[in-house]
Design a protein around this ligand. Structure first.
Ligand SMILES: [Ca+2]
Ligand SMILES: [Ca+2]
Ligand SMILES: [Ca+2]
Length: 397
């Protein structure tokens, strides 16, 4: 509202002032807004997190932000791409498909219905969680792994146990007290390292059939940078999908791990089709005279890099919410509801059947303040959903 002052002279000659309300001049100026600033993968499965700077608006506040989402880069925001309305300057989008890239635009609109038309878009791939399919720590024995294949070295052949420490060999395992090492017991540096040939460690047969994004992980240590001819021997790891008949290299390096520290290596199969007859072999050698070569392998894991989103139970639903006016706001409260969740989402709708529900915002508390909610319309329905640790949200109904 614009307030004006009407001035006229009174009979006694004194100036009389009184206020009148002038007709409202329509606010047609959209909020000055720079659009979405960042979109990143979210904390939980199937989530992205958006953030933007507040719009400048002085006449018809508060500003409401329309969040639009699409899977095409140059999309045009429209009612069909609207996925959220919020007065906050950030939003967690959830329930997204893993490995899919989503594109977002955020536009600001004021109470008078003026919307900005920025064309800024940002994209991110929704968070995926890996699923651990199996883990071998060798604490219960060799588990079908063995020295097999080319093993013509005079010393430093693969052995399972707890290694003794030298400047070239760690004195502990990555896990527990059992790991594979090239000659466990070294009396001194240069004693019981690999000499004069090759040693090969062959894994047990394993299957990765059914994994959507299969990967192999292991912890390893490799050193060839001490001794008379450092850096001349290779560390090789190969993968077979046909029980050892043929091999694909997954590591081939002359670089050493520094400081007796293990490296966790992860190899996504990518275009290699998983089978039920898979094996890995770890090959270390001292082929150049005088090299000190040591290696350790432990904690062999099979992983489905995107499978973690499938293992989540059905998300909880919120039963009872109280909605009450507080001045111009509506405060939602479900502290009496027994459901527990890490996060809740509040929606409003002008329809009793909730056919056009719009996301107001996200909260970690069991309450939500809908700023300006009391003035939105004669009828407003509210709904709160719970979001579980996987980022799954209860149904909107
Ligand atoms: Ca171990
Ligand atoms: Ca050794
Ligand atoms: Ca040697």
């Amino acid at each position: 509202m614009v307030r004006a002052v009407d001035s006229r002279s009174g009979e006694d000659g004194n100036l009389v002032r009184r206020s009148v309300t002038a007709p409202a001049s329509p606010d047609t100026k959209p909020p000055a807004f720079s659009g979405v600033d960042s979109v990143v993968a979210g904390a939980a499965c199937g989530e992205t997190e958006l953030a933007w700077s507040a719009a400048q608006e002085t006449c018809s506040g508060p500003v409401v932000y329309e969040v639009h989402r699409a899977t095409t880069p140059g999309f045009t925001p429209s009612p069909s791409t609207l996925v959220g309305l919020t007065t906050a300057t950030s939003l967690v989008d959830s329930g997204l498909a893993p490995t899919t890239t989503y594109y977002y635009a955020v536009r600001a609109s004021d109470r008078a219905g003026n919307a900005d038309g920025n064309v800024k878009r940002r994209s991110a791939t929704a968070t995926v969680l890996p699923e651990l399919l199996s883990s071998e720590t060798f604490e219960s024995g060799a588990a079908g792994w063995a020295r097999s294949g080319l093993n013509d070295a005079a010393s430093g052949l693969w052995e399972l146990g707890d290694p003794t420490q030298t400047d070239a060999q760690p004195g502990t395992c990555p896990s527990g007290s059992a790991c594979w090492a090239t000659g466990l017991n070294n009396a001194s540096l240069g004693d019981n390292d690999i000499d004069g040939g090759t040693t090969t460690l062959l894994s047990a047969r394993f299957s990765l059939v059914g994994a959507a994004s299969p990967a192999i992980r292991y912890k390893r240590y490799y050193s060839n940078n001490t001794g008379a001819t450092p850096g001349t021997d290779s560390w090789k790891v190969d993968l077979s999908t046909d029980d050892g008949a043929s091999w694909t290299p997954i590591e081939n390096t002359t670089a050493s791990d520094a400081g007796l520290v293990f490296t966790q290596f992860e190899f996504p199969l990518g275009g290699i089709a998983p089978t039920a007859n898979m094996r890995v072999r770890f090959v270390a050698a001292d082929l150049a005279d005088g090299s000190l070569v040591e290696a350790v392998v432990d904690d062999f894991e099979l992983v489905d890099a995107t499978g973690g989103c499938d293992g989540c139970p059905a998300p909880p639903s919120v039963g009872r919410i109280l909605a009450q006016r507080d001045g111009a706001d509506v405060v939602l409260d479900w502290t009496g509801d027994p459901v527990s969740a890490g996060r809740f989402k509040a929606y409003s709708s002008a329809q009793p059947d909730f056919s056009d529900g719009t996301l107001l915002g996200t909260t970690t508390a069991k309450s939500y303040r809908h700023a300006g909610g009391a003035a939105v319309g004669a009828f407003t329905a509210y709904l709160v959903t719970a979001v579980d640790a996987c980022g799954q949200e209860g149904p909107l109904r």
